[in-house]
Design a protein. Structure first.
Length: 317
């Protein structure tokens, strides 16, 4: 059964009526009922299109966090062949909030890495809701250095509310681990393409997204802190998250205009959770286009282009 967000109430009501009529039609003469169903389906489609064409920043945040939205393993399983996850940071432990390893993308060898939130209670606990500990970022560094050594382009998928804020993580050097991951991204001599597929929060996101090209799905969000966290700090009131989301410019459209990201990947009407395969394929096309251009560059050109990209953000803002 589909999960509806609060602002999707009109669509939920229409789809509920459609389901009821289809159940009635299955029991008897369905000619007149089918006509009514067709009209309701057209009305629901129009309503869905209108709502999603005018989403407020806070509504986009809710869509980005939708529990049925495709996550990293969905992208990895669809877009990549021979994906072989590698475990451990070789220092402390394995962290399943970040997964990565060598794979093939449309026949070409790459290294793919991403944050996985999980789809149900058990998998969310297993992946710590996509919030990595220091060992997760140290594993990311290990894998990216491996990719650099073997000249493998890196593709990263960002989907996290932020790095794990627990005491143990801080004791093991969370900030240092994130900083080293960002430094590793910036120093790679191979192309790095990042896609924000859901929620890109705080340093936990930029640790995998200091890339040559950064893409965002149409209804994803990307920010230095969550709207709830920002409202708690600014106004001492987490209930003002809607105001914070608007002020922080967290949407793909805002960030493209500001030059923080390079491309917006279109989602199906109603969000990626309604047609995951379509959203995943669109992301794949964007990745293919970027890698096709970046692979023509030398390692020094790749590093220089990445450096200039981030310096240009500071100059333009």
């Amino acid at each position: 059964m589909r999960t509806f967000l609060d602002f999707e109430a009109p669509i939920a009501e229409l789809e509920g009526k459609i389901a009821e009529l289809k159940a009635v039609a299955a029991d008897g003469d369905a000619v007149e009922i089918e006509e009514e169903v067709d009209e309701l389906e057209r009305k629901a489609a129009r309503s869905l299109e209108q709502i999603y064409a005018n989403l407020a920043p806070w509504q986009k945040a809710l869509v980005a966090r939708h529990p049925e939205r495709p996550h990293f393993l969905d992208y990895a399983g669809t877009l990549f062949e021979d994906f072989t996850p590698l475990a451990g940071d070789r220092k402390f432990a394995e962290d399943r909030a970040i997964l990565g390893g060598p794979a093939r993308f449309r026949g070409e060898p790459v290294l793919v890495i991403g944050q996985e939130k999980g789809h149900d209670t058990q998998s969310r606990l297993d992946h710590n809701f996509g919030m990595a500990r220091p060992e997760g970022y140290r594993k990311a560094v290990r894998l990216m250095e491996l990719a650099d050594r073997f000249s493998l382009p890196v593709v990263s998928f960002v989907d996290t509310a932020g790095a794990y804020p627990g005491i143990g993580a801080e004791e093991r050097g969370q900030a240092e681990a994130i900083a080293r991951s960002i430094d590793c991204c910036l120093g790679l001599g191979v192309p790095l393409v990042s896609v924000v597929i859901g929620e890109g929060g705080s340093g936990g996101a930029i640790a995998l997204a200091a890339a040559n090209e950064v893409f965002m799905l149409e209804h994803a969000i990307y920010s230095v802190i969550s709207p709830e966290g920002a409202s708690s700090i600014l106004w001492r009131d987490s209930a003002r998250a809607k105001d914070a989301a608007t002020a922080m410019k967290v949407t793909a459209q805002d960030l493209k205009r500001l030059g923080v990201i390079d491309r917006i990947v279109s989602e199906p009407v109603g969000g990626a959770h309604r047609e995951p395969a379509t959203a995943i394929e669109a992301a794949g096309e964007a990745i293919d286009d970027a890698l096709g251009r970046l692979k023509l560059m030398t390692p020094e050109e790749v590093r220089r282009a990445r450096r200039e990209k981030f310096l240009a953000i500071g100059r333009s803002l």
